[in-house]
Design a protein around this ligand. Structure first.
Ligand code: SF4
Length: 355
């Protein structure tokens, strides 16, 4: 494969084509492309990990308004960071973001390291994200391999080895490094890195890639073979589990809702949430306790919430009661105007808004 890459893909050719295409057809006007400030680029990279550009645009601006630099983010409470992240999902990103800012302050004097091999030691920054920050901000000659780029490169190279195996993943990283630009790195590294991302997002898409518009078409093995969709090859499938949760929505006479902080690990870690029970029996056991009397209970229609590895079947039970009846250690009471500013899981917020 190494030999094939050298013979068939003169690195300069690939890099020049990607750089030229990016200048003419890529995305060049996104706010985080107008800066080389690693704080802002890092923030955008983390937000973009599992979220579309259109959604990130909104959050990115608001986040920077509230936390304009790494020190302000590090000084914030995790609760405030999660509240601002609320609705973006994948909350481990927000927790890592906060920890990363604190580590940059503590271990790097408030200045982001300027090399990928140092960036990758920070919480929440994987090898590809580290490469992207280093290429965008410092023009380091270092590769990235996010899902979009992995697709482009495996197709371009006809890389059919199973990426579920670490050694094959490693080989692909080596190929990615061998294709990097060699000249004018200050301009070409950010543009090449962005170009591969843009190609994967706009032309070399998972289904029905638009090969006729692709600058790499004449070099592309997958195109020549006639079946680009067979790349990338990865055999290990995600094992999905399903789980049922019973949600207790306790409302007092003033319309406030009882919320508690989720544990620091697991689903919705560190967010505010209504009390969760593994089954209806344990939920009803609480409500039939001596402190509760004269309460109205209503079972609402269950609904599905899909997480990366899990299908959560949520069963809401709404109970109206006097706040004094409720044991104090169960949580705190919040009025609608208060829970709006808290970090709440998206399905819980939606449900509470519909009450
Ligand atoms: S020619 Fe088609 S398959 Fe090959 S890199 Fe371009 S879009 Fe992807």
């Amino acid at each position: 494969m190494e030999g094939l890459v050298r013979m068939t893909f003169p690195q300069i050719d690939v890099a020049v084509r990607v750089v030229d295409w990016q200048s003419a057809h890529g995305r060049n006007h996104l706010p985080w492309q107008q800066t080389r400030d690693p704080y802002k680029v890092w923030l955008s990279e983390i937000m973009l990990q599992q979220t579309q550009v259109s959604t990130v645009l909104d959050y990115y601006g608001r986040f920077l308004e509230r936390f304009p630099d790494v020190s302000s983010l590090a000084a914030a409470s995790q609760e405030d960071v999660l509240a601002l992240w609320s609705g973006l999902g994948y909350y481990s990103r927000a927790r890592n973001l906060h920890q990363c800012a604190q580590q940059v302050l503590r271990n790097h004097g408030g200045v982001f390291p300027d090399r990928a091999d140092l960036l990758v030691t920070l919480p929440g920054i994987g090898r590809s994200t580290a490469g992207a920050i280093a290429a965008f901000c410092f023009s380091e000659r270092t590769p990235i391999l996010d899902a979009n780029v992995r697709r482009v490169l495996t197709r371009l190279l006809g890389f059919a080895s199973d990426l579920a195996l670490v050694k094959n993943e490693r080989t692909l990283w080596a190929h990615a490094a061998s294709l990097l630009p060699v000249t004018d790195l200050v301009d070409s590294m950010p543009r090449y890195t962005q170009g591969l991302m843009d190609l994967g997002a706009s032309l070399c898409v998972p289904r029905k890639p638009l090969c006729s518009q692709c600058p790499l078409q004449s070099l592309c093995v997958a195109y020549r073979e006639g079946d680009p969709e067979k790349y990338p090859v990865k055999t290990r499938k995600l094992v999905r589990r399903s789980e049922s949760w019973w949600l207790l929505i306790l409302k007092d006479r003033a319309g406030r809702v009882l919320l508690q902080l989720r544990p620091s690990k697991g689903i919705w870690a560190g967010l505010y949430c209504v009390p969760v029970f593994p089954d209806a029996t344990s939920l009803m056991a609480l409500l039939s306790g001596s402190s509760f009397s004269n309460i109205s209970i209503e079972n609402r229609a269950p609904f599905l919430h899909v997480l990366t590895h899990r299908d959560l079947y949520l069963h809401p039970v709404v109970a109206e009661c006097d706040a004094e009846m409720v044991p104090q250690d169960l949580g705190d009471w919040f009025a609608p105007e208060q829970w709006g500013g808290l970090g709440l899981p998206a399905p819980i917020r939606k449900f509470l808004d519909s009450l």
